[in-house]
Design a protein around this ligand. Structure first.
Ligand code: ACO
Length: 747
C-alpha cells in the first residue's frame, strides 16, 4: 500500500512529529505481544487485522517465536522486513516501556498502546515516562487504555472489538474503550457504515483534536461522532472543531453532566470533566452538535451521513393523523426545525389529496382515510416544492392501508429525492409496521417508530446547516478599544502589594480603562471626608468599607445603602467602623468608599475568566434568582465578535425580560454587548487577569446604557509570559475568594 502523501499534510504539533495520516494509513503494522492463545487480546488484534483485509505489512511480535495465523512471529519489531508505521502494544503495563527503544530504532511512528494500568489507576508517572521516551524517539502515543483503531482508508481493523465492521462514512472517536468497542457492533447492527473508529483512552499524548485533524480532511468521512469524558486542551479542541464543523457535521456526546457522573469519569479515564455548562456552550459555539445519549448520537450520525442538507428553514409535515402531526410540530420546535407557513402554496398543491375534513395547513393532514396513492402524491408534491426545505412524513397504522405498498412508495420517493432535500419518516403502529420500519431502515431509509426521533435527526441537519451559514456570514469586526496601559498599572500595583485581587478603587480604575461605566465614587479616609464625598457625588449614596483584609464586606457589616442625607452618612460611617472592627479586629481599614446609589434597571451578571479546560471564556446571565436558582447563564469561548456577543445574550431562557415585558421598555442590549466585548479585550490584553465579575451590571432602558455596581477582579499570582490572544494562566490559588461560580446544572 502506498504511504501517505506529504504535500497536503495536516498541521503537525511539532516539526519532528509524524504525520497523523500514518496512524490511519500505515504502511506496516506490528502487534507487540501477539499471542497464539486465541483468548488473548494480542491474538484477537492480529486476527482482526487479517480478517479486515489490511493490505500493508503485518508483523506479529513475540520473543517466543513460531507462527500466528500463518504469519511468522518475530522476536523483535526490528526484524520486520518492511516499514512499520504503527506498533500496537498488547504487553502488560510493566513491559510497555521496555519495547519502546526497539520501536524507535525501527522508525515506528505511532504507538497504539492497548494496555491498561496507567493514569486511570493513578499510575501517571509510568505513563509520562512512556510518552517522553516515545517523543524522544520521534513517535506519538495513542492511549494507553484503549481498544485500538479501525481505518477504512487502509482496511485496517487494529482493534480487539467485534468483527464484521460495515465500511461507510461515519468516523467515531471514543474516549471510552468499552463504549467505542461496543459501538463497533452496534453500528453494524444498525447498518451504520464506519470510515474510522479511534479509541483515545487516557489521551496521554494524542487526543481527539489530533484525530479530528485527519478525519475532517478524510474524503471517506462525512460525519464525525465523538464520545468524550473530559477535555485536556480545550482551546485547541475548539480551534480544530471550528475548522472541522465548517467541512462536515461533528456530533458530540459528553458524559459527566452530573456531579456523580463527573466523578465517575475522573476514575474511568483519569479525566477532569470540567464544568459541563461551559462545555455545552463553547462546543456549540464551535459548531458541534451535542447529543443527549448514544442512541441519539448514532441516529444523528447515520442520518447526517446520508441526508442532503437543507437549503432553507421551511419544513412540511405530511400525516394521516392530527395528533401525531401536533407531536411532530412540537418536536420541530424543540429541535429547531422551522415550519413552512405558506398556506397558499399548501392549498394549491394538496387540495386534491386532502378531504374537506382534513387540514390544508402545516401539518398537512390527509386524515385516516388516506390511501398509499395519497401519500405518493403528497410526498411527490412536498419534495418537489422549492420553498419546502425538509419533509417529515408520518403514518399512524390504520386498517384500510396496505403497508407494503406504503413501504414501496416511501423507498421510491426517498431514492428519488434523497440527494435533493432531507426527509424523515415515522411509522407508528403494530408488529406489521415495525417489520416494515426494520426493512426500510436496512435499506437505508430514515424511518423511525417515534416521531421525536425522526424530527431530532432533521433538527441535527438544520442545526449543522445553520452553523455553517452563521460561520460563512462573519464580517470583519473592530473590537472596542481599551486602555491596556492603565489596566496594567493597577494590576502591577496590586501584585507588587502581594495581592491577587484588586481593591474596589483599583477595580474602578480598571473598569474606567476598560470602558465599563461604574457609579461615581470616592475613597474617604475619615468621617469628614465621607460627608464631603457624599455631597460632591450627590445623595442618595452607598458606603462600603475599604480594607484588603475584609473580602466579604457585607458579612462584616461593611456596607450601607440608600443614605439620603448628611446625618445618615455620619451614622452609617460609625456603624461600619464599629462592626468591621468587631468582625476583624486586626484588619487594616483604609476608609470607606462613598458611591452614587443607582436605582432601577435590570440586574445582570457579566463575567470573564480563564477556564481550566477552555482558557479565556465569557459569561452572561440575568442576576438575582435567575443566576442563583435558575442558573440561566450562557458561556462563550474568547474571542467573540458583536454577533456572537448578541447570540450569547439572546441565548438565555429569560432573554424576553430584556426585550421588555408587560409594557416595559426594551433594555439596553447593546450596552451589555459592549461590556462583554470590552471584558473580552481585557482578557486578551492582560494575561494576569484570571477572573472578572461585574455583578450586578444594571441594564437601563434602550439608549440609557449599563452600569456595573461592583467589579471583582482576580489575578494570577505569577504573571505568565504574554501570549497572543489567550494565555494559559494557573488557576487562582485561593478558590474561596473567587467570584460567584455559576453553573446551569445547579450544585
Ligand atoms: N515483547 C513481545 N511480546 C511480549 C513481551 C515483549 N516484550 N512481553 C510479553 N510478551 C508476550 C507474552 O509472552 C504474551 O504472549 P504469550 O501468550 O505467547 O505468552 C503476550 O505478550 C501478552 O502478555 P501477557 O503477559 O500474557 O498479557 P495478557 O495478554 O494477559 O494481557 C494486556 C496484556 C491485554 C495488555 C493487559 O495487560 C491489559 O492491559 N488488559 C486491559 C486492556 C484494556 O482493557 N484496554 C482498554 C480497552 S477498552 C475496553 O475496555 C474494551
Amino acid at each position: 500500500m502506498p504511504g501517505p502523501k506529504r504535500d497536503d499534510a495536516p498541521t503537525a504539533p511539532a516539526p519532528s512529529a509524524p504525520d497523523i495520516r500514518y496512524m490511519f494509513e500505515p504502511r506496516g503494522v506490528a502487534v507487540i505481544g501477539a499471542s497464539d492463545n486465541p483468548k488473548k487480546i494480542g491474538h484477537s488484534i492480529v486476527s482482526n487485522i487479517i480478517e479486515g483485509g489490511y493490505k500493508g505489512g503485518l508483523y506479529p511480535v513475540n520473543p517466543k517465536g513460531g507462527e500466528l495465523l500463518g504469519r511468522k512471529m518475530l522476536a523483535s519489531v526490528e526484524d520486520a522486513p518492511g516499514p512499520v508505521d504503527m506498533a500496537v502494544i498488547t504487553v502488560p503495563a510493566d513491559a510497555v516501556y521496555g519495547v519502546l527503544d526497539g520501536c524507535a530504532r525501527k522508525g515506528v511512528k505511532f504507538l497504539v498502546i492497548i494496555t491498561s494500568g496507567f493514569s486511570e489507576t493513578g499510575n501517571s508517572r509510568e505513563e509520562h515516562r512512556i510518552v517522553e521516551r516515545a517523543r524522544e524517539g520521534g513517535m506519538r502515543v495513542l492511549g494507553p487504555n484503549i481498544f485500538g483503531v479501525y481505518s477504512r482508508a487502509a482496511s485496517l481493523n487494529a482493534t480487539f472489538g467485534p468483527k464484521g465492521i460495515l465500511p461507510g462514512s461515519v468516523a467515531i472517536i471514543s474516549q471510552s474503550g468499552a463504549i467505542g468497542s461496543a459501538m463497533m457492533g452496534k453500528t453494524a447492527a444498525e447498518h451504520i457504515g464506519l470510515s474510522a473508529m479511534v479509541s483515545i483512552g487516557n489521551k496521554s499524548d494524542l487526543d481527539e483534536s489530533d484525530c479530528l485533524e485527519y478525519l475532517m480532511r478524510s474524503e471517506q468521512t462525512r460525519v464525525i461522532m465523538m464520545y468524550m469524558e473530559g477535555v485536556k486542551d480545550g482551546e485547541r479542541l475548539l480551534r480544530v472543531l471550528r475548522e472541522a464543523t465548517a467541512r462536515k457535521p461533528v456530533v458530540v456526546i459528553k458524559s459527566g453532566r452530573s456531579k456523580r457522573g463527573a466523578l465517575a469519569a475522573a476514575s474511568h479515564t483519569g479525566s477532569l470533566a470540567g464544568a459541563d455548562e461551559v462545555f455545552e456552550d463553547v462546543v456549540a459555539q464551535a459548531g458541534a452538535i451535542r447529543a443527549e445519549n448514544i442512541q441519539e448520537a448514532l441516529d444523528w450520525s447515520k442520518f447526517l451521513a446520508e441526508a442532503a442538507m437543507p437549503e432553507g428553514q421551511s419544513t412540511l409535515i405530511v400525516t394521516n393523523g392530527g395528533g401525531i402531526g401536533v407531536l411532530a410540530a412540537d418536536a420541530c420546535e424543540k429541535y429547531g426545525v422551522g415550519l413552512l407557513d405558506d398556506v397558499q402554496t399548501i392549498k394549491a398543491h394538496f387540495q386534491s389529496v386532502v378531504p374537506p375534513f382534513g387540514s390544508l395547513k402545516n401539518p398537512v393532514d390527509l386524515t385516516g382515510q388516506a390511501t398509499p396513492d395519497d401519500y405518493d402524491k403528497s410526498l411527490g408534491a412536498a419534495l418537489s416544492l422549492e420553498n419546502v426545505h425538509g419533509v417529515v412524513c408520518l403514518y399512524c397504522e390504520t386498517g384500510v392501508f396496505d403497508p407494503d405498498r406504503l413501504a414501496a412508495i416511501v423507498k421510491a420517493r426517498y431514492d428519488q429525492f434523497r440527494a435533493v432535500k432531507p426527509i424523515v419518516f415515522s411509522f407508528f403502529g403494530g408488529q406489521v409496521l415495525e417489520d416494515r420500519v426494520a426493512m426500510l431502515r436496512h435499506a437505508g431509509v430514515p424511518v423511525y417508530t417515534d416521531v421525536y426521533e425522526a424530527v431530532s435527526c432533521l433538527g441535527a441537519a438544520f442545526r449543522h446547516q445553520a452553523t455553517r451559514a452563521y460561520a460563512a456570514g462573519a464580517t470583519p469586526f473592530q473590537p472596542p478599544r481599551i486602555d491596556a496601559a492603565a489596566i496594567h498599572r493597577a494590576i502591577d500595583g496590586a501584585l507588587a502589594d502581594g495581592r491577587t485581587f484588586l481593591l474596589a478603587h483599583e477595580s474602578r480604575a480598571v473598569m474606567d480603562a476598560v470602558g465599563v461605566r461604574m457609579p461615581r465614587a470616592r475613597v474617604a479616609r475619615s468621617l469628614s471626608e465621607s460627608v464631603l464625598a457624599a455631597k460632591e457625588i450627590g445623595f442618595p449614596v452607598v458606603m462600603k468599607v475599604v480594607s484588603k483584609d475584609i473580602v466579604h464586606k457585607s458579612d462584616a457589616g461593611g456596607v450601607a445603602l440608600d443614605l439620603d442625607d448628611e446625618r445618615e452618612v455620619v451614622d452609617a460611617y460609625q456603624a461600619i467602623m464599629q462592626s468591621c472592627r468587631a468582625y476583624a479586629p486586626k484588619a487594616v481599614i483604609e476608609g470607606v468608599e462613598v458611591m452614587q446609589m443607582v436605582r432601577g434597571g435590570v440586574e445582570t451578571i457579566v463575567g470573564a475568566r480563564r477556564d481550566p479546560s477552555f482558557g479565556p471564556t465569557l459569561m452572561f446571565g440575568l442576576g438575582g434568582i435567575y443566576v442563583e436558582v435558575l442558573k440561566d447563564v450562557s458561556f462563550r469561548s474568547s474571542p467573540i465578535d458583536r454577533r456572537e456577543a448578541f447570540r450569547m445574550v439572546s441565548d438565555i431562557r429569560s432573554y424576553s425580560l430584556l426585550l421588555g415585558v408587560r409594557g416595559e421598555e426594551r433594555k439596553d442590549i447593546e450596552g451589555i454587548i459592549d461590556a462583554l466585548l470590552r471584558l473580552d479585550q481585557m482578557l486578551k490584553a492582560c494575561p494576569q487577569v484570571t477572573d472578572v465579575e461585574l455583578n450586578p451590571l444594571r441594564v437601563f432602558d434602550e439608549g440609557e446604557g449599563v452600569i456595573a455596581l461592583d467589579a471583582r477582579i482576580l489575578l494570577a499570582a505569577i504573571a505568565p509570559a504574554p501570549a497572543p490572544g489567550a494565555a494559559a494562566v494557573p488557576p487562582h490559588p485561593n478558590p474561596s475568594s473567587s467570584p460567584t461560580t455559576v453553573s446551569k446544572e445547579g450544585s
